[in-house]
Structure formats: structure tokens, C-alpha cells
Design a protein around this ligand. Structure first.
Ligand SMILES: C[S@@+](CC[C@H](N)C(=O)[O-])C[C@H]1O[C@@H](n2cnc3c(N)ncnc32)[C@H](O)[C@@H]1O
Length: 217
């Protein structure tokens, strides 16, 4: 079966059946959370406010949510932290879906919600948007099992900017993806700053990562 037809078919089945084992239970201490807390502390400097709203785009199973939560919570009294993931019902080999795993990670975190949805359907505005590893080339998008029709990096970036109030932090994997990301930012004429290579206290990943801060006018 051609790749895209397979992805279309599988995506349709999983997003309609929403099949998963229930009540996933894993490790609460997650190294990805520490990494995310660390990189946010180095690159994002929110002003203290009573209320902050934050969106994480492409949250996968949101294993790193605690890092975002602890970081932004230290700048406000009331935090609304939303995660959006288009392929929330993708199954792991243990037959838990990303959605079910995410439910475990957001348990007991006040004001945190995970949406099984397309970013394009998110209409409310957010003070901060965190976008870790967007697909900017078709190859990883396909490899992750997504149908081709959802590959629209420019439209997604434009939409994210449209619902942004203050700052968006984007991280890309590898130089090539970072260059493509920069071209997209240029093409859309968005005001951005290159953060260069993103370093963290503990290096979890082999491929270097690069960051951009996009600011709302
Ligand atoms: C490379 S993964 C990054 C996952 C996670 N942010 C991380 O750092 O581990 C990109 C994620 O974006 C999701 N995604 C792609 N297009 C999306 C869209 N239009 N709306 C929401 N999520 C999307 C994919 O399904 C995938 O889980």
C-alpha cells in the first residue's frame, strides 16, 4: 500500500475508534520535564501576572508537561496550560494511546488540559506558545504516521501567530530544519529572534536543537 494511503487509513481508524487500554501509570519524574524546564528558564522571560495562558503545540503524550507547568506557574497565580495534539490516539506497543498517557501526566495539575485536535481548530488566544519540534519537512511527518493532507507548516505557523498575544518559543531539530524554520518565519514576515543552539544542563538528545523566539508586535 502506498505510504500516504496507509497513513490516511490508519489515522482514520485510530482517530475514530479512539481505542486504548485505560488508566496508564508511569514514572512521574520525567527527564524530558527537567529538560523543558531548563530550556524555558534560559530562553523565556515572562513578566509576572495574575493570569497566564500557555499553549503547547504537538504535545504527543505530553510527558514533559510538568516542566512547562512548573516554569509558567512561577510567573502567575492562575495558569491555563493547554496542549494540542492532532494524533492523540496513536497507540504505543503496550496499547496505551498518547491521550491516555497524557491523562496520567496532567493528573493533579490545576488548569491543564490536553486536546486531541488540530492546531488549526484552536481559536482562543494565548500569552505564550511553546512549539517543540514542529514538522517542517514532509519526511518525519510521514514517518510519524500522519496523512500528507496535514502537512502545512506555513499555514500552521501563521495560525499560531494569529492566536499569540506575547511570545512563541519554537525549537527545531538539526540545522536543516532550523534553516527551513527561519525561511518560514521570513516568508511570513514574523518578528523573530534566533536563539541559536539550545543547550541544557543535561543533554538528552544527540541531534543539536535550535530555537527561535517569535514576538507579537
Ligand atoms: C516531532 S513531534 C514533537 C512532539 C513533542 N512536542 C516533543 O517535543 O516530544 C511533532 C508533533 O506534532 C503533532 N502535530 C503535527 N501537526 C499538528 C497539528 N496540525 N496540530 C496539532 N499537532 C500536530 C504530531 O502529531 C507530533 O506529535
Amino acid at each position: 500500500m502506498p505510504d500516504n494511503l496507509k497513513n490516511e487509513f490508519d489515522f482514520f481508524i485510530r482517530s475514530h475508534t479512539k481505542f486504548s487500554r485505560k488508566n496508564y501509570c508511569g514514572e512521574t519524574e520525567n527527564p524530558e520535564s527537567k529538560y523543558v524546564f531548563d530550556i524555558l528558564s534560559r530562553h523565556v522571560k515572562p513578566l509576572k501576572k495574575e493570569k497566564l495562558s500557555v499553549l503547547d503545540v504537538g504535545s504527543k503524550n505530553w510527558a514533559y508537561v510538568r516542566g512547562e507547568y512548573d516554569f509558567f506557574k512561577s510567573y502567575c497565580t492562575f495558569l491555563r496550560l493547554d496542549g494540542v495534539e492532532i494524533d492523540a490516539y496513536r497507540l504505543y506497543s503496550n496499547l496505551y494511546s498518547r491521550y491516555e498517557v497524557a491523562k496520567f501526566y496532567i493528573k493533579n495539575l490545576d488548569g491543564v488540559s490536553y486536546y486531541a485536535d488540530n492546531l488549526l481548530n484552536i481559536k482562543r488566544e494565548y500569552d505564550y506558545i511553546i512549539w517543540l519540534l514542529p514538522f517542517v519537512t514532509i519526511y518525519p511527518h510521514k514517518k510519524w504516521g500522519l496523512p500528507k493532507k496535514f502537512f502545512m507548516p506555513e499555514k500552521l505557523l501563521e495560525h499560531a501567530y494569529g492566536i499569540l498575544r506575547e511570545e512563541m518559543f519554537i525549537i527545531n531539530q538539526g540545522e536543516e530544519e532550523a534553516e527551513i524554520q527561519q525561511e518560514l518565519l521570513e516568508k511570513l514576515k514574523l518578528p523573530y529572534r534566533c536563539e541559536g543552539e539550545i543547550k541544557a544542563g543535561s543533554s538528552l538528545f544527540k541531534t543539536p536543537r535550535y530555537g527561535f523566539i517569535v514576538r507579537k508586535h
